[in-house]
Design a protein around this ligand. Structure first.
Ligand code: GLC
Length: 571
């Protein structure tokens, strides 16, 4: 028998399932490192920190938009899809980033905003001034702003309507987000061609995946609410087919802030796939709810509801990102409870959500930070970290909108937190100087120097997760306990069956206590009667599951266990 070596991109291991085993890290180029001293982060700065990210255990970077833009929505207002904003660098530096990341077996995922452009985009400028020209029909124009009353406004803090009157064309244009972000008209086939052209451009440069921003909102109709309408799914299917055919191995990730049943539709079916991954918006707020309510019930309910997804697809699990912590996927009663716990100052709120970072949300409690991360890394799907959360960075609620949690990364206690050598007044946003989260205290350098720091803890947990493939590829089954504050589930992986280099079978019991005091809990594992349990971190042996299938554990305040389930000892 002969073994043919897999075809390999320079530096990258060819693994069609890479995204199911990866730890992702969202890094805003503007916020990470400024390499030329102009006060704004750039690609050169990010390239210089790839070693740090590799050390942390990151497998893939998600990079929010770096394209030409007036920057009125953090770059999600794109003025030219093919050029990079000069503040961020050049196309050659982008190529270098891709090459250097690949050399470290790290993938690059970029944001892909196709629902809308900036009003500064040339297509919009032509559309408004020349209705009969080639771009006349590129956007959604109407003589009235009375259409589609069922389509909700998303940015409720700033926008009153999804329609804005354009004094040049003397018509209204439709926009799901800010009024400077007109929606592209997907009923126009020329828009599809333009979008495909941009996809080919970036995948051709070696990008490994695209986060499909605001993907549910491509089409509107008189009957629907403009979210996940049938032609939107048809479009994503065509996009996937093209990517599979022309760029196999690259992935599409859906940003669909919807209920499980609706998000699942963005995976498509095995015959007609859509996205490889979708962010798990329903689970995220329930992690925060459980921490304060001390009840596991809401998480258990949503995990049971999270329907099956096609073979080979994966959830993207996250705690925080560059947006507000959205509370759209919880009931009004729970939303009010969450505001009470986490956004007691009105400045902490934004639209239907909370514009704070992870550490301040959890009041800098080390136990809660560890518990939240333990869930992030154990739930079904691939974890997405947000830059700075690995050191417990703070936020600045006095800054407008979501800039509160987009401040410069804190590297050292030196000037500008080591982010930039510019005059501090020139920084794109000021560094955090608050009492608790001051960059003098919270920075990478000082945490590297403390073996028990959050940074070392996060790195360790990432490495433990990565050495157990069941976390990425296994099933998840909630198991019953006799304590309301305890969530327990089993991650089970049957093994790949491959003779060489295949992944081994494994079962892992994950137990999380949300109680604000120590508890003793009995967990039911009928399928594992008689099995020994071993801690994944230190290897210590735990109580063996009884012959009745029950095991009793004690957990410290807000703590967790990840336990390897061994083979039952019989006789
Ligand atoms: C997505 C982005 C958000 C942006 C919005 C409009 O939701 O995550 O940051 O404001 O799209 O483009």
């Amino acid at each position: 028998m002969t073994f043919t070596a897999p075809i390999q991109l320079p530096g990258l291991t060819l693994d069609p399932q890479w995204y199911r085993k990866s730890v992702f890290y969202e890094v805003m180029v503007r916020s990470f490192v400024d390499s030329n001293g102009d006060g704004t982060g750039d690609l050169g700065g990010l390239i210089g920190k790839l070693d740090y990210l590799q050390w942390l255990g990151v497998d893939a970077l998600w990079i929010p938009p770096i394209f030409s833009s007036p920057m009125r929505d953090g770059g999600y207002d794109i003025a030219d899809y093919k050029s990079i904003l000069p503040d961020f660098g050049t196309i050659d530096e982008f190529r270098e980033l891709v090459t250097k990341a690949h050399e470290r077996n790290m993938r690059i995922v970029i944001d892909f905003v196709i629902n809308h452009t900036s009003d500064a985009h040339e297509w919009f400028q032509q559309s408004r001034s020349d209705p009969d020209g080639p771009y006349g029909d590129f956007y959604v124009w109407s003589d009235t702003d009375e259409k589609w009353k069922d389509i909700r406004v998303i940015f409720v803090d700033t926008e009153e309507s999804n329609w804005t009157f354009d004094p040049v064309r003397r018509q209204f244009f439709f926009h799901r987000f800010f009024s400077h972000q007109p929606d592209l008209n997907f009923n126009n086939p020329a828009v599809h061609d333009a979008v495909f052209d941009v996809v080919r451009h970036w995948l051709g440069l070696g990008v490994d995946g695209l986060r499909l921003d605001a993907i549910p909102y491509l089409y509107e109709s008189d009957e629907g609410n403009g979210e996940g309408e049938p032609p939107t799914h048809e479009f994503v299917k065509r996009l996937r087919a093209m990517v599979d055919q022309e760029f196999p191995g690259r992935v599409l990730i859906a940003e669909a802030n919807q209920w499980p049943q609706e998000v699942v539709a963005f995976f498509g079916t095995e015959e007609e796939p859509e996205c490889h991954m979708a962010f798990d918006f329903p689970v995220m707020p329930r992690i925060f709810y459980s921490l304060r309510s001390q009840s596991a019930a809401e998480l258990e309910r949503i995990l049971a509801e999270t329907v099956d997804i096609p073979e080979g697809s994966a959830w993207g699990v996250f705690l925080r990102n560059h947006d507000e912590l959205t509370l759209e996927m919880v009931s009004e009663e729970y939303r009010q409870a969450m505001y009470g716990w986490y956004a007691y100052d009105p400045r902490m709120r934004s639209n239907i959500g909370i514009r704070r970072r992870l550490a301040p949300l959890l009041d800098n409690s080390r136990a809660e930070l560890e518990l939240a991360h333990a869930l992030l890394f154990a739930l079904k799907g691939s974890p997405f970290l947000y830059y700075g959360d690995e050191i417990g960075m703070g936020d600045n609620i006095w800054l407008p909108d979501r800039d509160a949690s987009r401040t410069p990364m804190q590297w050292t206690p030196d000037r500008n937190a080591g982010f930039s050598t510019a005059d501090p007044g020139k920084l794109y946003l000021p560094v955090i100087q608050s009492l608790v989260y001051n960059y003098n205290l919270v920075n990478v350098e000082s945490q590297l120097a403390q073996s028990r720091s959050l940074l070392h803890w996060v790195r360790n947990v990432i490495h433990v997760r990565k050495s157990h493939v069941a976390f990425g590829l296994g099933s998840l089954e909630v198991v019953s306990t006799n304590h309301d504050s305890v969530l327990a589930f089993v991650r089970d992986y049957e093994g790949s069956g491959a003779p060489f280099g295949g992944d081994a079978a494994e079962s892992i019991l994950c137990v999380f206590s949300f109680a604000h005091n120590p508890v003793s809990v009995t967990v039911q594992l009928p399928e594992h009667a008689g099995a020994p349990l071993y801690d994944l971190f230190g290897g210590a042996e735990f109580p063996t599951v009884g012959e009745d299938g029950a095991v009793t554990l004690t957990l410290a305040t807000q703590s967790f266990y990840w336990l390897h389930i061994g083979t039952p000892r019989r006789g």
